[in-house]
Design a protein around this ligand. Structure first.
Ligand SMILES: NC(=O)c1ccc[n+]([C@@H]2O[C@H](COP(=O)([O-])OP(=O)(O)OC[C@H]3O[C@@H](n4cnc5c(N)ncnc54)[C@H](O)[C@@H]3O)[C@@H](O)[C@H]2O)c1
Length: 355
C-alpha cells in the first residue's frame, strides 16, 4: 500500500527488496541517515537482515508493497528480477532506487522505460558512482571545456573477487558476469563524463574462472564526438587498478591513494581520475615542452550516502532522478553492444541495440 510523501520532518519509511550483500549495504547507509528509516524487508531466502534491524520480513516483494506503509523502496535483488520488481513498484505507486544494471537485456529495459515514462512515480537508477564528489568535479571541469575537446579515454578495472563470491548461483549465470555487474558502472561513467558512446569493438574471456559468464573483457568505444576510448576489466586478476581500490568509496576494499582508474585526454589538457590531476601546457603546447600539473578540489563524502540523500529528495518531490531509467537503459545498451561485438568479432553500433 503506497503512502502520500511524508511530511518534511518525518523520516521516510523505506523497504529493502533483496537482503544480500547490497541490501545489507543500503540498510547500513539508511541507518546512518536521519531522514530515512528501514521499515521492512522482502527476500525469499533470508530473514537475517530484517531480524537484525527488528523489522518485518516478507518472502515476496508484492506482499511488502501491499501490506506495509512505505514512502519508497530500494531494489537490490538479482539482476534478472529488476524489471519485474520495478514494474510492480510503479503499479503500487512506490518510488524506487533500482540497483544497476537496469535489466539483463535492452528489450526488457525498454518495457520499464515505457512504463516509467507514463508514470508519476519516480525511479532512480542505482548508478551510484555519479554521486561521487570527484565525478561531479570531473564532470564540471570537462563541461567547462578545461580539457578542450576530448580525444582519448582510457579506463581500467582489474581486481580479484574471492572465489566464494561465485557461490551465489545467479552470479555464475548469464545475466551476471563482469560486464553486467561491473563494466556497466564504468561505461555509464564514460557516457556521463565524455558523451554518448555510438559504437564498440570487444573481446571477452572466461579463461580464468571457466564459468558460463565472462570474467574479463577488453573494449574499444567510439564516442559521438569522435573521441575514442579503451577499457580493460577483469574480476580474476591480481591488480590494484579500478574504481573500488582507488576512490575510497567503499571501506570493504583496501584503498590505494596513489593509483588511478581513468585517464581522459583532450586537445587542451588531460585528467587523471580520481586524483583530478590536470596536465597542461603553459605557452607552447607540444610534446617538446614540459607539462604543468594542478589538482582540482572536490567535495567530501562517499557516493552511496550521497545517492541516498539524492533519493530522499527525489521521493520528497524536490528533485527529478539524477540517473533516469532511460539513462540506465542506454548504459545497458552499450554493454549489450559490447557482448554482441565480442560474439561476432565485428564493430557494433549502439543504435543497432536501441533500434
Ligand atoms: N551499486 C553497486 O555498487 C552494487 C554492488 C553490488 C551489487 N549490486 C547489484 O545489487 C544487486 C544485488 O547484488 P548482491 O551482490 O547484493 O546479490 P546477493 O546475491 O548478495 O543478494 C541478492 C539477494 O536477493 C534475494 N532475492 C532473490 N530473488 C529475490 C526476489 N525476487 N525478491 C527479493 N529478493 C530476492 C536473494 O535471496 C539474496 O538475498 C544486483 O543487481 C547487483 O548487480 C550493485
Amino acid at each position: 500500500m503506497s503512502a502520500k510523501p511524508a511530511a518534511r520532518t518525518e523520516p521516510l519509511r523505506i523497504g529493502i527488496i533483496g537482503a544480500g550483500t547490497m541490501g545489507r549495504k543500503h540498510a547500513g547507509i539508511l541507518g546512518r541517515n536521519g531522514s530515512a528509516t528501514l521499515v521492512a524487508v522482502a527476500d525469499p531466502a533470508t530473514t537475517a537482515l530484517a531480524e537484525e534491524y527488528g523489522v518485518p520480513c516478507f518472502a515476496e516483494h508484492q506482499t511488502l508493497l501491499s501490506s506495509e506503509k512505505l514512502d519508497a523502496v530500494i531494489i537490490a535483488n538479482p539482476n534478472g528480477s529488476h524489471v519485474a520488481t520495478a514494474l510492480d513498484c510503479l503499479s503500487a505507486g512506490v518510488p524506487a532506487l533500482l540497483e544497476k544494471p537496469i535489466a539483463i537485456s535492452y528489450s526488457e529495459a525498454a518495457k520499464l522505460v515505457k512504463a516509467a515514462d507514463s508514470a508519476t512515480t519516480p525511479i532512480l537508477m542505482g548508478h551510484h558512482r555519479r554521486h561521487h564528489p570527484a565525478v561531479e568535479a570531473a564532470h564540471g571541469l570537462i563541461a567547462r571545456g578545461e580539457l578542450g575537446d576530448i580525444v582519448a579515454v582510457s579506463g581500467t578495472w582489474l581486481t580479484k573477487k574471492p572465489d566464494s563470491y561465485f557461490d551465489q548461483a545467479w552470479r555464475r549465470m548469464p545475466g551476471a558476469g563482469v560486464m553486467l555487474i561491473n563494466l556497466v558502472h564504468d561505461l555509464d561513467l564514460f557516457r556521463h563524463l565524455c558523451g554518448e558512446i555510438i559504437s564498440v569493438q570487444a573481446k571477452t574471456s572466461s579463461a580464468a574462472r571457466k564459468l558460463a559468464v565472462e570474467d574479463t573483457a577488453s573494449v574499444i568505444v567510439e564516442f559521438e564526438s569522435g573521441a575514442l576510448g579503451s577499457f580493460i576489466i577483469s574480476d580474476s586478476a591480481v591488480a590494484p587498478w579500478g574504481w573500488d581500490q582507488v576512490t575510497e568509496d567503499d571501506p570493504a576494499f583496501p584503498f590505494n591513494p596513489s593509483l588511478s582508474c581513468y585517464r581522459i585526454a583532450g586537445t587542451r589538457a588531460a585528467l587523471e581520475f580520481p586524483q583530478l590531476a590536470k596536465y597542461y601546457y603553459q605557452g607552447i603546447s607540444d610534446w617538446n615542452h614540459p607539462l604543468c600539473m594542478s589538482y582540482q578540489a572536490t567535495g567530501m563524502g562517499d557516493s552511496y550516502s550521497r545517492q541516498l540523500e539524492h533519493f530522499i529528495e527525489v521521493v520528497r518531490g524536490s528533485s527529478p532522478p539524477a540517473v533516469s531509467v532511460m539513462d540506465g537503459a542506454q548504459s545497458l545498451a552499450v554493454v549489450e553492444a559490447v557482448r554482441e561485438a565480442a560474439l561476432t568479432g565485428r564493430t557494433v553500433q549502439v543504435s543497432d541495440i536501441t533500434g
